[in-house]
Design a binder for this molecule. Structure first.
Ligand code: HEC
Ligand code: HEC
Length: 348
């Protein structure tokens, strides 16, 4: 009996142990996974520097704005951003309101109304200014930055800082920046990085890419296609009289290749690019080898020449590389020169 009891007691312990072993090992497994997950997350967060994916997580639906005087100004800024030529372009109704020299819209380069990641988005922009600007070698205001695009990308003249147009644009950008923390750093700022080929642009290959991938929308002569209203563009021009001028950021092959990589052909995104880095590089060189308006006084840009991006296609330079090399590369030797001569690391 005793023996039997002992056996019973033993098997009871065994049963209990068996019963416990399952939940216990489950717990262990779960905590192990949780731990791994945490560790995994922190390391990937470090890599991409705390992403704030403004493009998808915030609402930018202008139609949802209630009616108020303040929102009216935001709406006007948005309108101006989307249909710039209608309000301040060379052919607009009010002759005393012509500031842009071409019929592009801000939205043609700052895609999705300035909210697309890696299309120089303007989300957070208000909080990134004032900031140091190499082109002027001084602290610049947001008004000056907008006017930088006015004088170059829009081939026009400055918008008065105290007028309705500038107030509208700033109201719209403030609205885009409303939930972004101080400093304005956001995921997707600027353009996507590419591996810059260690060779000059191949213009023939660039032409081939243009013909295969761009001509359908941007047209035979890169002239673009006008919309029905007769002045704004369905597909904006890539060169010629109505394009950005030769002092614009987009004329720098590296900047333009990075824009193209993340955004063109239309439909490409940084996550799903269509062109290889080499194709983007060659086609950027090709479109920028074509004729476009001239920016006056370009030689005054970058008073401290060492701060000039290496692919700025116009002199003077703080180095002895040829103008052609600054236009079409190879850029890596120029970057290496600045590193060894001045200890300046350049990425564009
Ligand atoms: C032809 C293309 C193009 C057009 C059109 C254009 N921009 Fe830009 N814009 C750029 C590029 C390229 C940059 C970044 C330049 C650089 O990398 O230095 C930029 C930068 C900016 C910045 C600074 C962004 C930042 O993250 O620091 C602001 C603000 C801006 N543009 C406003 C405007 C406004 C407002 C308009 C319309 C009036 C406009 N842009 C039209 C190409 C364009
Ligand atoms: C399916 C049509 C389409 C194709 C194909 C296409 N684009 Fe575009 N592209 C656009 C549109 C539309 C815009 C203006 C974006 C907006 O307003 O939303 C644009 C804007 C641009 C801009 C900035 C504005 C300007 O006029 O300078 C550049 C540069 C550009 N495209 C280059 C290219 C290149 C290079 C290719 C070929 C690799 C290409 N695009 C292929 C439709 C297209």
């Amino acid at each position: 009996m005793k023996f039997a009891n002992k056996k019973k007691a033993q098997s009871a312990i065994q049963i209990l142990a068996r019963l416990l072993i399952l939940p216990f090992s489950c717990l262990l497994l779960i905590s192990f996974f949780l731990l791994c997950n945490c560790l995994g997350n922190t390391s990937s967060q470090k890599e991409i520097e705390k992403p704030i994916d403004m493009t998808y997580s915030m609402g930018y639906n202008i139609a949802q704005l209630e009616d108020s005087e303040e929102n009216e100004l935001i709406r006007y800024g948005y309108e101006l951003f989307q249909n710039t030529s209608k309000y301040i372009g060379p052919g607009n109704d009010k002759k005393n309101n012509v500031y842009a020299g071409n019929n592009l819209s801000c939205n043609n380069c700052h895609l999705w109304s300035g909210t697309k990641a890696y299309a120089a988005p303007l989300v957070g922009i208000i909080k990134r200014f004032p900031q140091f600007r190499g082109r002027e070698n001084k602290i610049g205001t947001i008004e000056e930055r907008v006017n930088g695009c006015m004088e170059r990308s829009m081939n026009g003249k400055i918008i008065p800082p105290d007028g309705k147009e500038m107030s509208g644009l700033l109201a719209y950008m403030s609205w885009l920046s409303r939930d972004i923390p101080e400093g304005g750093k956001v995921f997707g700022q600027g353009f996507v990085k590419i591996n810059i080929p260690d060779r000059a642009v191949n213009l023939d290959k660039g032409k081939t890419v243009f013909e295969a991938r761009c001509i359908v929308c941007h047209g035979e002569e890169g002239k673009g296609v006008l919309s029905n209203d007769g002045y704004s563009y369905e597909y904006p021009p890539l060169w010629g009289e109505d394009s950005y001028n030769d002092g614009a950021g987009m004329t720098r092959v590296i900047t333009s290749a990075r824009f193209i990589k993340g955004n063109m052909p239309y439909g490409a995104t940084y996550e799903n690019p269509i062109l290889t880095d080499e194709e983007a590089y060659d086609v950027a060189g090709f479109i920028n080898s074509q004729k476009r308006p001239t920016k006056r006084n370009r030689e005054r840009d970058f008073p401290d020449l060492k701060k000039k991006p290496v692919s700025t296609p116009y002199p003077p330079f703080a180095d002895t590389f040829s103008i052609r090399q600054h236009q079409f590369g190879p850029f890596l030797p120029i970057m290496e020169y600045y590193k060894s001569e001045y200890n300046i690391v350049k990425s564009k």
